[in-house]
Design a protein around this ligand. Structure first.
Ligand code: FSO
Ligand code: SF4
Length: 523
């Protein structure tokens, strides 16, 4: 196998051999490569016949399937390959001789290509995988966008072409621009469906009695689960990236949406050990399932793991509900804490909340009460180097505000970091896709101060793990945002030449130590 798409890749180089660090086996990796090659074939066919809504959905599901920690199930991946080939054949059946190559592509060619070409195509491919996840969540809520849809074909087509850096580089940047549109669409889908998030405190204690833990990013799955567990004496707890769901008024309205279970995704094997409740995975961050809880893991949508019960599109969560009642939950209130011993966390500071107090923020900056903004955002992971982010936040001066998003915040979100001018010093904007909120706030501040985003006292300190982070990074770069600090290590798929380009044009810095970086930023 060859896979180097995520941050934990073996020796910061590539997962080869029998299995990856994430637990993905070589045969699954191979099938995912075949699936990706089939998508290039589909994109080639889309040149001769216009894809429709069903083709788009196939494209999104297939790309999403290959995101890190999503799908470990060879049968499910094989079904996706068939679906993609069927979609292609449907397109081709409506035209005569296509006159162009519509064959599948051999992804091995990409992995063995010149390192700069491989680097740019990887940025494009991995960014598309991340964007597909966002587009999928929006689609489930009935939101879709032609420009976003069409770009998947454009990008996947390019993966199969013998193009040079001059052709690939603009396409990589364009993918960032399109992903902004995609995140905007998802923000619209989430807020129009479930309301504008409001600041919310979320307890970490689990009440006694039956409960279900739901993790991942899909708000529709959570909503369905809340509806189906109404008045059944079952409580619902979010986990990982589902935490921000507590802030959406229409979800918050369910009294049995009680709190948040556990911390970031990489702690799941420890935190789920003998848990007296089922766990529903709606998107990525599924780790190999341990025996101590394998009878209580449920997957849905494109997530799959061999031997686990999969809830299909009808979203009938009866098996999960029955499992919750059978296991019964804790017999006493079960006090859990965050990583630093805190008993509650906060969320709900999306662009709606922050911009509603924009005047307060702007006045505080003008009065010198707020001197700097940090966006400490991104994913968490198991590597020890990620302590950087906790330390960084700890060392930020009291007159700075910290905006967070995605799951990296679990390293410090259970601590009270004080207030500035009536606002909490740490404000959680939501899931990784809520990077859109951070961008909205940054743009609004730049307008208020009549300057560019790069001139604001704002620094983005990002942690990346998987492919959604790649798509977000490309969006920030496409907006011309400079001076981003990136860690804990740089992507293995960024070649030295591509890195030079990013440093020269965007002044991206790998993180060093919190101390040194803060001196550089504030000095
Ligand atoms: Fe984290 Fe996992 Fe949102 Fe990623 S939960 S690591 S960027 O999948 O998706 O932030
Ligand atoms: Fe390795 Fe990451 Fe690929 Fe898993 S997804 S095989 S850990 S590079």
């Amino acid at each position: 196998m060859f896979c180097f798409q995520c941050e934990q890749t073996t020796k910061s180089s590539a997962c080869i051999g029998k299995a990856g660090i994430c637990g993905k086996k070589a045969d699954t990796a191979k099938l995912q490569d075949v699936l990706t090659g089939a998508l290039v074939g589909l994109a080639r066919a889309a040149q001769v016949n216009k894809p429709n809504a069903s083709t788009h959905r196939t494209m999104l599901e297939a790309l999403f399937t290959t995101v890190t920690n999503v799908n470990f199930d060879n049968e499910a991946v094989t079904r996706q390959i068939e679906a993609v080939r069927n979609a292609k054949n449907t397109l081709l059946a409506q035209v005569g001789n296509p006159g162009v190559n519509t064959g599948d592509y051999d992804i091995e060619k990409l992995w063995n290509d010149n390192e700069d070409i491989r680097s740019l195509k990887s940025l494009l491919l991995f960014g598309l995988r991340g964007m597909a996840a966002y587009a999928y969540h929006a689609l489930i809520l009935g939101y879709s966008d032609e420009e976003v849809n069409n770009f998947f074909y454009k990008g996947m087509f390019a993966i199969g072409e013998d193009w040079g850096m001059d052709e690939l580089l603009p396409l990589v940047m364009e993918s960032g621009t399109v992903n902004l549109k995609c995140m905007e669409m998802l923000d619209k889908a989430n807020t129009e469906t479930y309301g504008t998030p409001v600041s919310t405190t979320v307890p970490l204690t689990i009440e006694k009695g039956p409960f279900i833990v739901v993790t991942g990013h899909d708000l529709y799955d959570l909503y369905q689960l809340l509806e189906q567990t109404k008045d059944k004496g079952i409580n619902i707890y979010t986990n990982g990236e589902m935490l921000p769901a507590h802030a959406y008024p229409k979800l918050k309205a369910y009294p049995h949406l009680k709190g948040n279970f556990g911390t970031a995704w990489y702690n799941q094997q420890k935190e789920l050990d003998h848990i007296p409740a089922p766990v529903l995975y709606t998107t990525n961050c599924l780790m190999p399932v341990k025996d101590s809880y394998r009878d209580r893991v449920f997957t849905t949508a494109v997530v799959a793991y061999p031997g686990m019960v999969h809830i299909d599109e009808a979203k009938d969560f009866t098996p999960v509900i029955e499992k919750a009642l059978e296991l019964g939950g804790y017999t006493e209130e079960h006090r859990m804490t965050g990583i630093n011993g805190g008993t509650q966390v906060t969320t709900g500071f999306g662009h709606g909340t922050v911009l509603s107090v924009a005047d307060t923020v702007i006045d505080a900056v003008k009065a010198g009460a707020i001197k700097h903004f940090f966006l400490v955002g991104g994913c968490d992971g198991a590597k020890s180097g990620r302590n950087y982010y906790t330390e960084f936040v700890r060392q930020t001066p009291q007159d700075s505000v910290i905006l967070t998003l995605a799951c990296g915040k679990y390293r410090f979100n259970d601590l009270d970091w004080g207030e500035i001018g009536g606002l909490p010093r740490i404000m959680d904007m939501g899931q990784c896709n809520d990077a859109y909120s951070a961008i909205r706030v940054a743009v609004a501040l730049a307008e208020a101060f009549d300057c560019g985003v790069n001139e604001l006292p704002l620094t983005m300190v990002l942690s990346w793990y998987e492919q959604k982070a790649v798509s977000i990074l490309l969006t920030l770069l496409s907006l011309g945002i400079k001076n981003i600090y990136l860690g804990p290590t740089l992507p293995a798929f960024v070649s030295p030449n591509v890195l030079n380009y990013l440093v020269d044009n965007f002044n991206i810095s790998p993180i060093s130590t919190p101390d040194e970086d803060l001196k550089k930023i504030l000095g």
